[in-house]
Design a protein around this ligand. Structure first.
Ligand code: UD1
Length: 462
């Protein structure tokens, strides 16, 4: 868990790591390559380790070099099973489906199962691969896909919430080795899909239309391993910008692609942050008077759903009413009740959250439910008065490369501690009369007598 003492305005310089959502599909696509692949700028994340395990199980040699680069080389092509134990830990494991099918003619990949941010079907992935000629059946929780050689096809990947990012990655990667020409309509335009496409083209693929909803792929016979640098993580960059805003700070962020973040930058400027680009760096300052805004998460080039929770955290401390809508994952609001525990005033209406911004949050114990929700709670903790405890921070480690170290270097006060309850004598009995609601939350067990005294709760020992 994190223990955060809020109230310090952030200052100094910080650098953004490589994009998780680029690195994972690109690592999976290394299964297509003959010869070694080297990836530069791969972030040091639990998700990257998890996919590394899966690639090893699928016959690749995977190594992190002293330089930090990751190298991959397929050594045997007999295995084609992506086991439930790995896939349930990380949904992006499903990105091995297209590459396995294209290169090995068969894949057996676990269905990922439930997810805290809402429904996450993979029907569009399967539709695209079926159009390429694969026979696909779902049995005992696994997708079993087979094809002698895939055949080029026209594929439409639009769904009820827009396109699909990893679905486009899967189908595009598979089509590179298909016989003939494929087109993907309603393809995802996210910079991470473009990064994957550039990597595949460097390996010898023939893909055009990247970054548009119409991608064309001319199938080739083989792809060869190359060296590729992962783009900077636009979600981490946005999180750091919001950290500057919520802490009333002034920071310089290095290794940023602002051209991947236009909607976020415009929105933060509308809120009142000063954002000054210079090369691949940006200075972000908070003006004392921030303004409430409406903010809608949309597929790229809109505001990413992966920044929705962090935006909401910022808007909780900006006076006035803000409406935050998520049109990509309409149920992605698990952070809402936790922000309320920190003193925010937010009400949910369908896929919208109505934030009644206040200037004041106060430290509390909260629980992270998913990766971006954890980031939102850390941001809120930076702004909250006093101490906040954020549990289940392992979600954050899946997708942020050393976030607490980066924030601490900017002046934040974040301590990582074990999630084990401590400092609580077994015989402690609480006088709960005035605080029944607070104490119904088991997270209070984490805190010792000082915390309870601060809450005004009397305690006595038998
Ligand atoms: C990727 C990102 C994730 C981000 C999300 C949306 C990676 C590793 N993860 O996830 O961080 O939050 O994009 O930008 O890149 N859908 C269907 N059928 C499908 C697939 C998706 O209906 O077959 C729906 C989903 O339920 C969701 C929307 O389409 O409502 C977008 O999902 P998708 O783009 O597929 O998300 P991921 O690729 O899983």
């Amino acid at each position: 868990m994190f223990v955060i003492r809020g109230g310090q305005p952030l200052a100094g310089t910080v650098s953004v790591s490589g994009a998780k959502n680029s690195a994972l599909p690109i690592m999976a696509a290394s299964l297509l390559a003959e010869g070694p692949t080297t990836l530069k700028g791969v972030p040091d994340l639990v998700d990257v380790d998890t996919l590394g395990h899966l690639l090893r199980a699928l016959g690749s040699r995977v190594e992190r070099l002293p330089s930090g680069d990751l190298t991959f080389e397929v050594q045997n092509t007999r295995a084609n099973l992506a086991d439930y134990e790995l896939v349930r830990r990380m949904r992006a494991s499903v990105c091995v489906l297209g590459p396995l099918l294209a290169r090995r003619g068969a894949a057996c990949v676990s269905l990922p199962g439930g997810c805290n941010i809402g429904d996450r079907p993979i029907d569009l992935h399967l539709k695209g691969l079926t159009a390429l000629g694969a026979t696909i059946r779902v049995e005992r929780g696994y997708v079993i896909a087979e094809a002698k050689r895939l055949k080029g096809a026209n594929i439409y990947l639009g769904g009820p919430f827009g396109s699909t990012v990893t679905g486009t990655a899967n189908v595009m990667a598979a089509a590179t080795l298909a016989e003939g020409r494929s087109t993907i309509e309603a393809a995802a335009c996210e910079p991470e899909v473009v990064d994957l496409g550039n990597y595949l083209n460097a390996m010898g693929a023939r893909i055009t239309g990247l970054g548009t909803p119409f991608i064309q792929i001319e199938g080739v016979e083989r792809l060869t391993g190359v060296t590729h640098t992962i783009i900077p993580d636009r979600i981490e960059a946005a999180t750091l910008m919001i950290a500057a805003g919520i802490s009333q700070g002034d920071i310089r962020i290095e290794n940023v692609r602002l051209d991947h973040m236009t909607a976020v930058v415009e929105k933060l400027r509308e809120i009142g942050l000063t954002i000054e680009p210079s090369g691949n760096c940006v200075r972000v300052r908070a003006n004392s008077q921030l303004k409430s805004v409406d903010c809608t998460a949309l597929p790229y080039p809109g505001i990413p759903t992966d920044v929705q929770a962090q935006m909401m955290a910022l808007l909780t401390v900006v006076s006035g009413i803000s409406i935050v809508t998520d049109k990509v994952f309409p149920d992605r609001f698990m952070h809402l009740p936790e922000l309320v525990r920190l003193g925010a005033s937010i009400r949910r209406e369908g896929n919208c959250a109505i934030v009644n911004g206040r200037h004041h949050l106060s430290g509390a114990c909260v629980m992270a439910s998913d990766l971006r929700a954890s980031a939102a709670l850390v941001l809120a903790g930076l702004a909250a008065e006093g101490e906040s405890v954020i549990r289940r921070i392992y979600h954050l480690d899946r997708g942020y490369d050393q976030l607490e170290l980066k924030l601490n270097r900017l002046g934040a006060d974040i301590r990582r501690e074990s999630d084990e309850p401590k400092n609580m004598p077994a015989s402690l009995i609480l006088n709960v009369s005035d605080h029944a609601e607070d104490l119904s939350d088991p997270t209070h067990e984490l805190r010792g007598p000082t915390w309870l005294k601060r809450l005004g709760i009397n305690q006595r020992q038998d």
